[in-house]
Design a protein around this ligand. Structure first.
Ligand code: TNX
Length: 507
């Protein structure tokens, strides 16, 4: 039996096998069938036809969300699910029952398209199985995102959280605010991603490092196409517009929205003191942006950031201080709580899930806000007890901008060692905090912050195979096979077939 990652709930081997006929009859299955046809066609030149004797998809409303049942007999394959995503995950399992070359660009041997007879029952432990990608610090080209979606689907990951804006760049066009792209999407200097800059928190120092313009953005058409492709693969795209901190790129574009003037998006890393002004005009701008973002990402939850916002400038800036007096805020934390209330309420009023980083627990946010916890694990319990839904994104287990191994040949990263063996601890954390309080623990996600990630080759190096482990844990509830490289050997050959630059020396 082949290694399946994530591991299904139950697998019963029945003996015998089914060789996929060519052309392959497929009945039903919608997007799931379309994706299967696409992959079999690309890798093995298989054509599909309509009719019976091949793969049959069926609806079974008694199965849970995203769950599926798959029966492979010598006569054919039957896949049952209550929803289209369940059918899609069954297809991913089916692909893993085939030789790893099924993930290649082809052509592979058509004769090797043989599936063992099995009965599989499967359902996810968590419904939020996410991958966060920061495309703001360094712009990452679209092609890689498409490839990443395929990798996510292979691992039954269903949420891609795009960190679309930050101090260093704004990556999404917004109706009525053209300067966000004209001025906010590029900055001088590439921020020395492969060499450590002398001081990464000294903007002058880094700006002088190379002197070329650096930036990029996705067009609205590109975003719409990406969201559609993700949907076909069973993945929801969750946009993040980080506010009211991490907004230097906005202030560079529209100085009237900031507390101090800024010439261009930030040219170094670290937490910026230059935050959005606390004015009605600035809040109105944020509302307008979120309204527009909601149209670009139909039905998606919307992440409104809320992390790392020093309130020092609010006290110094006259108009912001006037707002603080008006709303009766005596500290920056109280002022941010007011801001979060305005913003989160706006998103909730659009009938969307609104998500914010765990800093917002300090001042408070409206009930109904989902808290994404990146700092200490206790904050997950705190969020749940306060009645919020929570998503775990703990630095300790899921910060993939940290190195994968301690070896000297590891490329530059922002943080210390987070080997595969350590990532395997995520499910214990989730087990420990689940069930606390009134909110629900939706699941978890791994984060790729891109301060030191300039291209997809490096992104892939940091993401895999650690991403396999998180996916395994979120789907199956435990680290299982995905603890160390040796136990995942066959699965890793799938990543190789896909041409992925995964880290071969992970510990
Ligand atoms: C903290 S996690 C951040 C990011 C950085 C990251 C680097 C969070 C909400 N904020 O802005 O990129 O650390 O590891």
């Amino acid at each position: 039996m082949r290694t399946l990652i994530p591991e299904p709930t139950t697998v019963r081997e029945m003996g015998g096998e089914f060789a996929l006929p060519s052309p392959l009859p497929i009945a039903g299955g919608g997007n799931a069938a379309a994706y299967l046809a696409e992959r079999l066609g690309r890798a093995a030149g298989v054509r599909v036809s309509e009719g019976s004797g091949g793969i049959e998809f069926a609806h079974d409303p008694s199965l849970g969300e995203e769950a599926y049942r798959m029966r492979v007999s010598t006569e054919g394959i039957r896949i049952e699910s209550a929803d289209e995503r369940g059918a899609g995950w069954a297809v991913q399992t089916l692909l893993q029952l085939l030789p790893p070359a099924i993930y290649s660009a082809g052509p592979m041997e058509p004769t090797s398209l043989v599936v063992p007879c099995v009965e599989i029952e499967d359902a996810p432990r968590y419904h939020w199985r996410g991958s966060h990608i920061d495309v703001a610090r360094n712009f990452l080209p679209l092609e890689g995102l498409y490839r990443h979606l395929e990798m996510m689907a292979m691992h039954k990951l269903n949420v891609v959280h795009l960190h679309l804006t930050d101090d260093q760049g704004w990556r999404i066009p917004i109706e009525g605010f053209p300067k966000l792209i004209e001025k906010g999407s590029t900055r001088p200097g590439t921020l020395a991603g492969h060499q450590p800059p002398p001081d990464e928190n000294d903007c002058d120092d880094v700006a002088e490092h190379d002197g070329i313009e650096c930036g990029g953005y996705y067009t609205r058409e590109e975003i719409t196409a990406l969201v559609e492709r993700a949907g076909m693969l069973g993945i929801q795209v969750v946009p993040e517009i980080d506010m009211p901190g991490h907004m230097e790129s906005v202030v560079a574009a529209y100085p009237e929205l900031g507390c101090v003037p800024i010439e261009h998006p930030r040219t170094c890393w670290g937490i910026s003191e230059h935050v959005l002004a606390l004015t009605d005009e600035a809040v109105e701008f944020c509302r307008a942006v979120l309204t527009d973002v909601a149209t670009l990402f139909p039905g998606s939850p919307i992440h409104v950031g809320g992390d790392e916002c020093p309130g020092k400038e609010w006290v110094e800036h006259e108009a912001s201080r006037a707002t603080m007096e008006r709303i009766g805020a005596t500290t920056p934390a109280e002022a941010q709580a007011w801001f979060e209330n305005e913003i989160c309420t706006h998103v909730l009023d659009m009938d969307r899930r609104v998500i914010a980083w765990d800093e917002v627990l300090e001042g408070g946010v409206p009930q109904g806000t989902t808290v994404m916890v990146w700092r200490k694990s206790e904050a997950v319990e705190e969020a749940l007890r306060a009645g919020h839904d929570a998503i775990a994104a703990p630095t300790e287990f899921t910060y993939f901008d940290y190195r994968q191994h301690a070896g000297e040949d590891h490329p530059l990263t922002i943080g210390g060692n987070l080997p595969l063996s350590k990532v395997a601890g995520l499910s214990d954390l989730l087990d420990a905090v689940g069930g606390e309080g009134e909110g629900a623990l939706l699941g978890a996600q791994f984060q790729l912050w891109s301060e030191y990630v300039h291209d997809w080759a490096k992104a892939e190096y940091l993401l895999w195979p650690r991403g396999c482990s998180v996916a395994q844990q979120l789907w199956s509830g435990s680290a299982g096979n995905a603890r160390e490289l040796a136990t995942m050997e066959e699965h890793l050959s799938r990543l190789t077939a896909r041409g992925l630059n995964w880290c071969r020396t992970a510990e």
